[in-house]
Design a protein around this ligand. Structure first.
Ligand code: GDP
Ligand code: GDP
Length: 464
């Protein structure tokens, strides 16, 4: 039930660095032996709960002449043919080079599945390169920093649905295993179940986070109990976080439960620290984060920290206020909650706030609707034509400032990414544009395109 991932790309983009990170010490490296040809390296990789084989086209030299270019191409093609999934890496600090284009072409023609990674992604020097990577036409680039271990959560999110597909296929290959195909698979062609495209195959990943006793376990049990549980609690992302596959109102979901680890903590002062770091892990792997508050003690520092973290990690956020069944003055309470929310979490402006009772199950339908909506918005793509019409209106309504008499020009806008939505504006002097103007645009986007519950990123880019 495993798959093979090939890391390909031109020399020096960071392939070996990622390889080493995925394989750790599980492979004896024969690194520093001059003269030894290491063309393809293979190792047993681990990424959270995924186990797979990884191949690295290590040892490539920068191809300066015809023969080297030929060798590079051959080696890459060999790796691509051996792999189920290719991770195509570019250097985000350098941007897309002609050699990258050559690789992209090979992958488009030959690879079964391609995941695009823009490496060296730490810091703002990589912003432009990450956006440029979209132009390769291989989908959304993952912003990685192999060296600093950043972006591995996104890599995981891209691999997991594919990995699930291989697990299903592996089960199918083994005749003694009695597998019941779901409808999608039953419809697959003669070659057996095919990998469904990422958007369909992937269960929606949610994490329920919140302080101890907020009711996380109760909520998750309610959700799991509502529909048939597909697979039980399984060893999760780490030895401590647990995830369950289920379907909630018919939507496949993977729910990350952060309660498990906390329950193991014995010492009281350790408890808070553990539940925060545990929540942090769940946030990194989730698409939608449900911040569960206890109505009696809402917006405590721990709640604020985790909600802020979810925003910074770019997750869609839904605030759920639990134990609503024991609330007496509901209207007054709701008013207070909304006021506190606006004041304490301005960065989450627009995120939905839903009242629930995990115990009785009341409000869970509204929570479901809020989660689905937040997820939809998080994945939303707005057309360039729409955006530019909108931008023209915004500029007319409130023109950008004109430092030293020269008006800053915003010329063109496009959506560069989703999950969460990110937009690029071409700007004559990005460094001179005040942050308040960016906020004006972000707030406008949120209102005019109805995008609650998701962080919105806006990048100003100078024109060269
Ligand atoms: P390969 O030729 O593609 O296998 O590239 P390497 O893994 O050997 O990396 C080339 C260089 O880039 C090395 O000096 C690495 O330390 C550096 N590098 C790798 N990943 C990163 C990263 O995420 N950020 C930065 N800044 N440097 C990186
Ligand atoms: P966790 O620590 O966040 O996982 O919280 P638990 O799910 O263990 O719940 C903590 C306590 O709150 C338990 O005694 C639950 O029975 C109680 N509880 C959870 N949800 C509700 C609710 O909606 N209403 C009421 N009245 N109690 C609840």
């Amino acid at each position: 039930m495993s798959f093979t991932l090939a890391i390909v790309g031109r020399p020096n983009v960071g392939k070996s660095t990622l390889f080493n990170r995925l394989v750790g010490k599980r492979l004896a490296l024969v690194d520093d032996q001059p003269g030894v040809t290491r063309d393809l390296r293979e190792g047993d990789a681990r990424l959270a709960d995924l186990r797979f084989t990884v191949i690295d086209t290590a040892g490539l030299e920068e191809a300066t002449d015809e023969s080297l270019q030929g060798r590079m191409r051959k080696l890459t093609e060999r790796a691509v043919d051996m792999a189920d999934i290719c991770l195509f890496m570019i250097d985000a600090r350098v941007g897309v080079t002609p050699t990258d284009e050559v690789f992209a072409e090979i992958l488009r023609k030959r690879a079964k599945h391609v995941i695009l990674a823009a490496n060296k992604g730490e810091g703002s020097a990589a912003d432009a390169g990450v956006i440029e990577a979209w132009g390769l036409g291989l989908g959304e680039p993952i912003r990685l920093s192999a060296e600093h271990g950043e972006g591995l959560n996104d890599l995981y999110l891209h691999l997991m649905p594919l990995a699930d597909g291989f697990a299903e296929r592996a089960a199918e290959d083994a005749p003694e295993v009695d597998v019941t195909l779901d409808e999608d698979e039953a419809e697959a062609g003669e070659d057996g179940p095919v990998l469904r495209p990422i958007t369909e195959a992937k269960p929606l990943q949610i994490a329920v986070v919140g302080r101890p006793n907020a009711g996380k376990s109760t909520l998750i049990n309610q959700i799991l109990g509502e529909d048939k549980m597909l697979t039980g609690p399984e060893a999760g992302i780490t030895r401590d976080a647990i995830s369950s596959r289920t379907s909630w109102e018919g939507t496949p979901m993977r729910i990350f439960d952060t309660a498990g680890m906390r329950k193991k903590a014995k010492v009281q002062d350790k408890l808070e620290k553990l539940s925060v770091s545990d929540g942090l892990r769940a946030v990194k792997f989730a698409e939608v984060v449900v911040v569960l508050l206890d109505a009696a003690i809402p917006f405590e520092s721990q709640d604020l920290r985790i909600a802020d973290l979810a925003e910074r990690e770019g997750r869609a956020v839904v605030i759920a206020v639990n134990k609503w069944d024991i609330e007496e003055d509901r209207q007054g309470k709701l008013r207070d909650l909304k006021e506190a929310f606006d004041r304490l979490l301005p960065q989450l402006r627009g995120a939905p706030l839903v009242t629930v009772s995990a115990k009785t199950g009341r409000g869970l339908d509204r929570l479901y609707a809020a989660v689905m909506k937040a997820h939809e918005v998080w994945n939303r793509r707005v057309s360039t034509a729409q955006l530019n019409r909108w931008l023209t209106g915004m500029l007319e309504q409130h023109p950008p400032p004109a430092p030293q008499g020269k008006r800053i020009k915003l010329r063109y806008m496009t959506q560069a990414k989703t999950r969460p939505p990110g937009f690029v504006v071409m700007c004559s002097h990005p460094d001179k544009l005040p942050a308040s103007y960016s906020r004006y645009l972000v707030n406008g986007l949120r209102e005019d395109f109805d995008m609650p519950g998701t962080p919105i990123r806006l990048f100003m880019r100078g024109q060269s």
